[in-house]
Design a protein around this ligand. Structure first.
Ligand code: ATP
Length: 280
C-alpha cells in the first residue's frame, strides 16, 4: 500500500514484501518538560512479527500507547495502513479502529463480563450483527486461540493466567484485525505456557496473515518467533533488524542484552521451544 494512500481496502493483497503497515515519522512525545520519544522513526511491514525491546523506562509503552492514540504526540506523523489518524475523517478513523487489535499486558478483560461477552464487546461497538452470529464468532475465536468452548461462559476470575492471555487475544482478534499490538504477552506465564503462547502467535501470523507488534522482555520470544527486532533507547529506535543485526550492533545495552549470559543460554538451547509444544 502506498504510504500516501488513505484507502482502507479490507484484505487487500500485499503489494510487495515490504508493504508498510505502520509508518512512524519524526515522532516526539513528552510529559511536561520531559521528552520521552524524540523524532523517532519506525516501519512495520505486513505479515511480520516485530519484537520491541529496550531498558525499563525507555518508552516502549508510551510509544505503543501513542500509536494507539491513547496518548497525544507533540509532533511527527503516524500512519497505519496508509491512514494518518490526525488528518483522517471520522469514517476513516472508525474503519481504522476495526483493523487493529490490542492485547494489554494483564489481559484487561472486564471482570464483570464472561469471556464470550468480552470477546463480543468490539463486535457490539463496531458491527451490527444478530446475537446468534456473534455467538458463533465468539466460539470461533476461542477455538482459534486454543480455548475450549466451555471457557465462553466463565468469568476472568475463573481462568488461569495463560487462559486470560488467550481470552484477551481472542478479544483482540474479534474484528479480524490486520495489525495486533501485544504488550508483554508472555509476562507472568511459566516457560512452557510462554512457549505455547509464542507458538500460537506464530501460527496466527502464518494462518491469518497478521502483522504483530510485540513489546517484550522475553528473550525466548525474541529468538523463537520475532522476524525483526527494534530496540528503543536514547528516545528513539537505536537499532532495528534481524537477530544477526542485534549481535553485530556495538551499542553497550544491545550487546549486554543479546550477548549476555541469559541470552547465551537461550541461544544455545538445543530445542526450539516454540515448536516443542505445538498448539493443538
Ligand atoms: N502519563 C505519564 N506522565 C508522565 N510520565 C510518564 C507517563 N507515562 C509514562 N511516563 C514516563 O515515560 C517514561 C517511559 O515510560 P514507559 O512506561 O513507556 O517505559 P517502558 O519502556 O514501557 O518501561 P517498562 O519496560 O518498565 O514497562 C518513563 O520515564 C515514565 O515515567
Amino acid at each position: 500500500m502506498s504510504a500516501d494512500s488513505e484507502t482502507l481496502e479490507r484484505n487487500a493483497p500485499a503489494q510487495s514484501d515490504r508493504d508498510v503497515i505502520l509508518e512512524v515519522r519524526d515522532l516526539t512525545v513528552g510529559f511536561g518538560s520531559k521528552i520521552v520519544l524524540d523524532n523517532l522513526n519506525l516501519d512495520i511491514y505486513r505479515g511480520e512479527i516485530l519484537g520491541f525491546v529496550g531498558a525499563s523506562g525507555t518508552g516502549k509503552s508510551v510509544l505503543m500507547r501513542t500509536v494507539l492514540r491513547l496518548l497525544p504526540h507533540r509532533s511527527g506523523t503516524i500512519k497505519i495502513l496508509g491512514v494518518d489518524y490526525d488528518t483522517a475523517d471520522d469514517q476513516k478513523r472508525i474503519a481504522l479502529d476495526t483493523r487493529l487489535g490490542v492485547l494489554f499486558q494483564h489481559g484487561a478483560l472486564f471482570s464483570a463480563l464472561t469471556v464470550k461477552e468480552n470477546i463480543q464487546l468490539p463486535m457490539r461497538e463496531y458491527l451490527q450483527l444478530p446475537q446468534s452470529l456473534m455467538d458463533e464468532l465468539a466460539y470461533l475465536k476461542l477455538e482459534l486461540v486454543g480455548l475450549p468452548p466451555d471457557a465462553a461462559d466463565k468469568y476472568p476470575s475463573e481462568l488461569s493466567g495463560g487462559m486470560i492471555k488467550r481470552a484477551a487475544l481472542a478479544r483482540a482478534l474479534a474484528l479480524d484485525p490486520d495489525l495486533v499490538f501485544l504488550d508483554e504477552p508472555t509476562s507472568g506465564l511459566d516457560p512452557i505456557g510462554a512457549a505455547d503462547f509464542d507458538a500460537l502467535i506464530a501460527k496466527l501470523r502464518d494462518t491469518l496473515g497478521l502483522t504483530v507488534y510485540m513489546v517484550t522482555h522475553d528473550l525466548d520470544s525474541l529468538f523463537s518467533v520475532c522476524d525483526r527486532i527494534a530496540v528503543l533507547g536514547e528516545k528513539k529506535v537505536l537499532v532495528e533488524g534481524t537477530l544477526d543485526d542485534m549481535f553485530a550492533c556495538d551499542d553497550p545495552w544491545v550487546q549486554s542484552y543479546f550477548r549476555g549470559k541469559r541470552a547465551r543460554s537461550v541461544v544455545t538451547e538445543p530445542i526450539d521451544r516454540a515448536t516443542e509444544h505445538p498448539e493443538k
